[in-house]
Design a protein around this ligand. Structure first.
Ligand SMILES: CC(C)(COP(=O)(O)OP(=O)(O)OC[C@H]1O[C@@H](n2cnc3c(N)ncnc32)[C@H](O)[C@@H]1OP(=O)(O)O)[C@@H](O)C(=O)NCCC(=O)NCCS
Length: 76
């Protein structure tokens, strides 16, 4: 995901993320994961994602971490 540079830091990334998470919850998805660019790790952490891997390189993009978040727990 990305927000145009001129619009970053205005809360739009958070809105996009929350919208995606809400859509997945309606489909009973319990866990979400992504490959996060190193510079985006603080953004995902702020949105309660945890690092789930060692750093790894994606060619021509750079260092990434797998990050994940539990959307809700199965209480049954
Ligand atoms: C990462 C990205 C999508 C974030 O979108 P954004 O609109 O700038 O982020 P928001 O303004 O919604 O920030 C949401 C929260 O994360 C925090 N945050 C965002 N970027 C941060 C950073 N680099 N370091 C620390 N905190 C950060 C904000 O302070 C905000 O916290 P708050 O809710 O307490 O106010 C955007 O910066 C981007 O497009 N970056 C370039 C592309 C990229 O790296 N995409 C990710 C690929 S995995």
């Amino acid at each position: 995901m990305a927000v145009l540079k001129a619009f970053q830091g205005k809360g739009l990334g958070k809105i996009i993320l929350k919208h995606g998470e809400a859509a997945l919850k309606t489909k009973n998805v319990k866990k979400i994961w992504c490959n996060a660019r190193e510079i985006a790790v603080p953004f995902y952490k702020k949105n309660n994602y945890e690092i789930g891997s060692k750093p790894f390189n994606i060619k021509e993009i750079g260092t990434h971490y797998m990050m994940h978040k539990t959307l809700f727990y199965n209480t049954l």
